[in-house]
Structures are given as C-alpha cells and as structure tokens.
Design a protein around this ligand. Sequence first.
Ligand code: FAD
Length: 456
Amino acid sequence: TVAVVLFTSDLRLHDHPPMHAALKAADEVVPLFVLDPGIRTAHFDAPNRRAFLADCLNDLDASLRSRGGRLVVRAGPVAREVRTVAAECGAGEVHMAAGVTAYARHREERLRKELDDSDVALRVHEAVITALAPGAVTPSGSDHFAVFTPYFRRWSQVSLRQPLRAPRTVRVPDGVRGEPLPERAGVSGTSPGLPAGGETAGRDRFSRWSRSGLSRYEDRHDDLAGDATSRLSPYLHFGVLSPAELVHRSRERGGPGAEAFVRQVCWRDFHHQVMAARPSASGKDYRTRHDRWRGEDEAAEDIAAWREGRTGYPVVDAAMRQLRHEGWMHNRARLLVASFLTKTLYVDWRIGARHFLDLLVDGDIVNNQLNWQWVAGTGTDTRPHRVLNPLVQARRFDPDGAYVRRWVPELAGVDGRKVHEPWRLPAEERDALDYPEPVIDLADGLARFKHARGRD
Ligand code: FAD
C-alpha cells in the first residue's frame, strides 16, 4: 500500500504526525510538496521567503534521502497535482496538516472535492502547525479566545502530546515524477543577512540557543542591542520546527526564561485560534473599525520615509533598516515601528503589514496581520489607545544607543543615548550629520490620533 504525505507549512521530519500516520498505514509513502501558482498570484512569495523555502525543501529532501527516500516536488494547482500523484502511485490515502488561513482552508476544500469521487481518503492532522489545535480550548459562549491572558491560562493547563520521533526509514515507490528542487541561488532580491533555512539549521539553532539564551530570555528579550531572542520565527513559520516539541524541550530545561519563552510560543497559538475563527481578520479590522486612516495618496511621503528608514527618529530608522538587511526585526522594534506608523503617522495598518510581508522571512498572514491589528488598536489589545512613544522606547530598550549605531551609520559617531535625539545636538554637530529632520512632531501626531479616535 502507498500513502501520499502532502507537506505545506510543516517542512520537517521530527514530530510530524502526518508522516507518522502515513508510515503506520502504508508500506511506501510519497513525500510531496507542490509549488502552487496561487501563492504567487496572492503576492505571498516574497524573495526572502522563497529563498528560505528553497533551503527548507533541499534540507527535507536530504533528510529523506538519508532515510532511503526523497522529496517529490511538483508545480501546478495543488489539488490537481495531489490527485495526479495519488493516481500515479496508486495511493489510498493522503495525509496533511490542518491549516488555519483562508488560503489553507480553501486548499483543503479543493482537495476534498478533487478526491471526492476517487478511492483516495484525505486525512487531515491537527496540532502540527501549532502546539495546540485552534478550537481545542474555548471560553464559554464563544468559538475562540479574544484576549491572550485567559487563553494562556487555559492553554497552559492542557498537556500537549509527546513529540514524535523522526522516522528511521522512508520507502518511496519508484516512478513518481518530480520537478527539480528550487534553489536559493536562483532567487534574486533577497536580504544580504538572510539566515539559512531548513530543519537541520533550525534544530541546531534551537539546541544552541536553549543551552545559552533560554535561561536569560526573561531578563533580556526586550534589549534591542542585546539581540537575545531565539530568532526561531522563520523556522516556526515554515514548520521545520515543531512548536509542541519546542514547548516540551523548554519546559524540560525549566526556569523563568523557559516559562517566558513558552508564553511567546503561546502567542503564536493564540493568533492562530483567532484567525481560524475569523479568517477575515487577515484584511479587515478584527474588533474595532477605524476608517479615518491616512492612505498611500494622503501620506505618500511619510510612508516612503518609514519604509526606507529615514523618518528622523533614529530607533525607528534602525529597525526599518534591520528589516531590509536581514528580513527580520526584533519584536520590540516591530512594536514601536508599527505604533509609529499607525498611531503617530496615522497610516492604515494594512500598508505597514504589506511592507512587512514583502520583507519578513517569517512573514506570516496569521502573526503579521494580527500583531499589526494588536498595535493599531483594531485587534485583540485590551488597551487599544496606548501609543508607544519612540523616544521613551529607545531610552528604555536601547539605553546606550548601540542598536541605533549598528543600523544607522550616519549616526555611528554620536555617543551614548544622545544618538536618539540628534536634533538636540549642538548646531555644528547636527549640521555635519547626513541625517534627516523628524518627519513629524510627536505631540502633533498624538493630537491627531486623539482627535481621530475620539470621533471614530
Ligand atoms: P522569540 O522572542 O524568541 O519568541 C519565540 C517564538 O514565539 C517566535 O519565534 C514566534 O514564533 C513566537 N512569538 C513571539 N512573539 C510573538 C507574537 N507577538 N505573536 C506571535 N508569535 C510570537 N511573528 C511572525 O512569526 N511572523 C510575522 O509576520 C510577524 N509579524 C509581526 C508584526 C508586528 C507588527 C509585530 C509587533 C510582531 C510580529 N510578529 C511576527 C511577532 C514577533 O515579533 C516575532 O515572532 C518575533 O520577533 C520573532 O523573533 P524570535 O523568533 O527571536 O522570537
């Protein structure tokens, strides 16, 4: 007997319920990945993610080969390709992970329809992409939690399934056609500091980081210059790491650092259960609607300055340049640049979210859109009117200015915290810097915000 395992956002062999079930049910499996043109038309294949995906697919193929198998890559509409492959190899079952986004659900529906009149059964596995399946815990009277803290409380009480071992051998039937694997080198326009993708790189990073960084995570995770977070987000985004396994392994180590880290992984699950219940939140305001945002036409110059990292607020500019250079940004930096765009400049959160999706290697419809909404005050934040002042944030989370000097070379010669307010430097020193004046006075931004929110 033969089974197909369709990989989507779960490009790993460790703790992989679909592969585990397929190997139990069948003698041979076809590990399949489909490059669906729908991803391109949905503008979701940004260069950084395309390059990282190529690494993930090559690594998965290498891991399968070391176990006697290989990865089959096909190109075309996913439902059609799965049906064709299943027919070619005489498969009786297709195993895959359950998805959350509208795109993933639509894909599942199309697959169901395509396989409906065949003898091939579709088996969809929960809790592969998240640690806990969306909907596994719900508050009374609703299909999802709209506030993080009560969700975290309930989530923490559930015992997650034990992580599954990677298979020892994988036998793939002969004669299944495949496309050549995409290559990272073939992708242009990537960020120079993009990390290497793949399950091997992700597992190495977690092992190293959990030995040195995890115990210090609680104290240091907000330190912009210290860069003390795990940087595991791209590996979680492509599912080369299992969130359930990360939670187990962190809890085994224990301590306040591990607890704080597990809490962040739970934020990811939280957003997934919100999106599963309200897929329209990828583009529409989740809770509170605001329609006075400034758009591309009204705020073209401010938006361009924000995107290019020349707003005149050094900490904002440092963060936006880190994003472009690495395809990644520190969480604290994401919070403050998103607040700056949506609340200080009063620009529609969707414009910021789009720019992030164009560059982030971890760029993710679920986490990106819902975090943007959280900051913009249209989402799940219980204090939607809070505004992060970039100067207060800079003094607190980059007290010596090292983060700014790292990313804004024009200011590299300005010592200490003075770097956060170049406009206060003596005129001669200020004039010598090739650095812009602030695009907005913070007090004016705050007044506009209060005025608009008062009327919305
Ligand atoms: P760590 O601090 O080491 O956290 C461990 C893991 O927990 C992360 O890898 C991530 O998977 C998860 N996590 C942490 N914080 C959050 C959070 N607030 N929401 C959801 N999951 C979280 N994360 C993405 O994965 N993709 C995105 O597209 C994305 N866009 C964001 C946009 C904005 C405006 C904001 C404020 C946050 C966004 N985040 C996004 C969440 C967070 O900033 C990143 O997950 C985190 O910075 C990744 O770095 P890390 O792996 O070192 O995190």
